[in-house]
Design a binder for this molecule. Structure first.
Ligand code: AMP
Ligand code: MG
Length: 321
């Protein structure tokens, strides 16, 4: 496909663009749109055919379920068979925002992906996403708008380059958080972290108290986790190697150029902020740039082992797996 053809799929998110996107969604097609976390590939959550198109375009395994995006708390509640107090409190404090809640699925909503009895829902904070949800009048199932296992897109151009067959991408500029939402499972007695993400655990604990972390045994004695978290994920084409200190790495035997992804205070090809939130916002764009530059190997300076870096460390270790 020529460069011009894929660029034509990027559409300004003005009233005309939004109404065309809503028309495609109502007709059972898919549209990529900006959220405050990463760009999503959306489809009518009630249409099994449209949702199937997401899996086909992304080459996503069917056992990996999708997050359903809705315009407000009432819409989220209507997709749930049960809306626990914790969901009400978390939604009141953090929605619209980068927090996804897993609750029991209402029977009238088809199973999204894996045929379990739960649904993951969130109200996104990006004005274009909210406007699209309103104009389309549909709940939108939407995973990140990239080929399965690749780096998530934080610009419209990342989307068309990863998914050249996407019918349309609404352009909302670069995503402000730049990392996926935090996913909390509220179907048990204690909220359980399924995926660390944009929203940190400290603020969540302030609202709901203790949170079970992945890896800890569930009450029924069986370790449950988010079905979508395959070990290798969020990965660039380049080989990613996490290093406790990139300066200690012996590069004498390496003939190929090596990129170094570091943070302030260390040397590197790409230097990101030493603040975990700012680092997360720039991480995927930096990985995209290093991939575009053709580096076969990216050495990554390992961030501190503190809870503030949990989501970034999770994505880096999956990129390196
Ligand atoms: P993505 O859409 O690629 O950002 O990934 C969505 C994440 O939400 C994956 O880790 C999924 O496994 C998780 N997820 C979506 N729906 C559910 C669900 N019903 N139960 C548990 N995890 C879910
Ligand atoms: Mg994804």
């Amino acid at each position: 496909m020529s460069g011009a053809a894929w660029r034509d799929r990027i559409v300004a998110s003005d009233a005309d663009g939004l109404s065309r996107a809503a028309g495609l969604l109502r007709a059972g097609s898919v549209v990529a749109f900006p959220t405050e976390t990463v760009y999503g590939l959306g489809a009518d959550a009630f249409s099994e055919k449209a949702v199937g198109e997401i899996y086909r375009l992304k080459n996503r395994p069917t056992w990996n379920p999708l997050i359903v995006h809705v315009a407000d708390v009432a819409a989220a509640r209507s997709l749930a068979a049960d809306w626990p107090d914790g969901a009400e409190e978390l939604a009141a404090r953090f929605w619209p925002g980068p927090l996804t809640l897993v609750v029991r699925r209402a029977p009238h909503l088809p199973g999204i992906g894996a045929s379990n009895d739960t649904v993951a829902v969130r109200v996104p904070a990006h004005p274009v996403a909210l406007e699209l949800l309103k104009v389309a009048g549909l709940p939108l199932a939407a995973p990140s708008a990239n080929r399965s296992e690749g780096i998530s897109p934080t610009t419209a151009e990342h989307v068309v380059r990863s998914l050249p067959d996407v019918p349309m991408v609404l352009d909302g500029g670069p995503c402000s958080w730049g990392i996926e939402s935090t996913v909390l499972d509220l179907t048990g007695d204690v909220p359980r972290l399924l995926r660390p993400g944009a929203l940190g655990l400290r603020v969540l604990r302030d609202t709901v108290g203790p949170i079970t972390l992945p890896g800890a045994a569930a009450e029924d004695g069986e370790a449950r986790s988010s079905p979508g978290l395959s070990r290798r994920h969020y990965a660039p084409r380049a080989r990613v190697v996490l290093c406790p200190d990139v300066r200690d790495v012996d590069r004498s035997g390496l003939t190929e150029p090596v990129a170094v992804l570091a943070y302030e205070g260390t040397d590197g090809t790409e230097i990101l902020s030493a603040d975990p939130g700012e680092y997360a916002a720039d991480l995927y764009a930096a990985l995209h740039r290093l991939d575009d530059a053709g580096y076969p190997t990216i050495l990554v300076q390992e961030p501190p082992r503190t809870e503030d870096w949990l989501a970034v460390r999770d994505r880096l270790s999956r990129a390196a797996a």
